[in-house]
Design a protein around this ligand. Structure first.
Ligand code: ADP
Ligand code: MG
Length: 243
């Protein structure tokens, strides 16, 4: 697998000059609620992530990690500031371009795995490929390759309930990689796992970033996992500081 920097995802997404960082977050602001109940989750967060980096994002619970990942992934719109992904300013994209970006350029991994319970491991990994209307043969080959990559060959037909937490998160990582995303966003991916399983999942993310040419931003407050990152950023009082 190689990094998907090829055009073909729509003109606005095809800028992707290689000297451009994979991700640029500029003066991002976001609040929830109004009046005295207003929560200022982000108060001018700025940072960049270079291509091929694994960056850990730490910060206490409630510091805005999930908010920040949602803005970067185009799942929510910030009150102010900009997210520039591979040269494309998210705020300049149309709704359909944003949809395309989320589907083809970004892989999401959540704390709660987010697998579809009635689908097998293989079918879960194949969902993004179906959404992209990949040919069945291409889809099957890619699913087999991804399950092998995350160490789950032989578990293709098992449903999430028949897999351990660590195995479910491996399926979720395989699914997130299905469309060869440029950026992998993981929100406390080891939060529901025991320490040893969590470390194994983080080591898998580390290997994926090295081997698959993907860039990753991983929210975690597990000190054991921070050591595997190329760089650690901390969210504190709504701004990002380098650690
Ligand atoms: P973290 O992921 O670091 O725990 P969050 O981004 O979830 O932090 O939350 C940041 C702050 O914004 C917290 O004070 C949280 O209570 C608040 N918040 C998050 N989502 C919402 C929401 N949908 N409505 C109101 N407040 C929210
Ligand atoms: Mg969170």
């Amino acid at each position: 697998m190689t990094e998907n920097t090829s055009p073909g995802s729509g003109a606005a997404l095809a800028v992707d000059a290689t000297e451009e960082p994979m991700l640029r977050v500029e003066d991002l602001h976001h609040s929830y609620g109004t009046g005295t109940a207003t929560v200022h989750a982000l108060r001018g967060a700025s940072f960049t992530v270079r291509r091929g980096e694994l960056v850990a994002l730490k910060g206490r619970s409630g510091s805005g990690k999930t908010t920040l990942l949602h803005m970067i992934g185009g799942l929510d719109v910030p009150c102010g500031g900009r997210v520039v992904l591979g040269g494309a300013d998210l705020s300049a994209l149309s709704e359909s371009e944003l949809l395309e970006l989320r589907r083809d350029r970004i892989g999401f991994v959540f704390q709660s795995f987010g697998l579809i319970p009635i689908l097998t491991a293989a079918e879960n990994v194949g969902v993004p490929l179906r959404l992209r209307r990949a040919e069945p043969r291409e889809r099957d080959e890619r699913v087999a390759l991804l399950l092998a990559l995350v160490g789950l060959t032989g578990h293709e037909a098992q449903r999430p309930a028949e897999l351990s937490g660590g195995q479910q998160q491996r399926v979720a990582i395989a699914r997130a990689l299905a469309n060869r995303p440029a950026l992998l966003l993981a929100d406390e991916p080891t939060g529901q796992l025991d320490a040893a399983t969590g470390l194994a999942v983080m080591e898998l993310l580390r290997a994926v970033v090295r081997g698959e040419g993907v860039t990753a931003l991983v929210a975690t407050h597990d000190p054991q996992l921070l050591g595997l990152a190329d760089r650690v950023l901390e969210l504190s009082d709504g701004v990002v500081v380098e650690r």
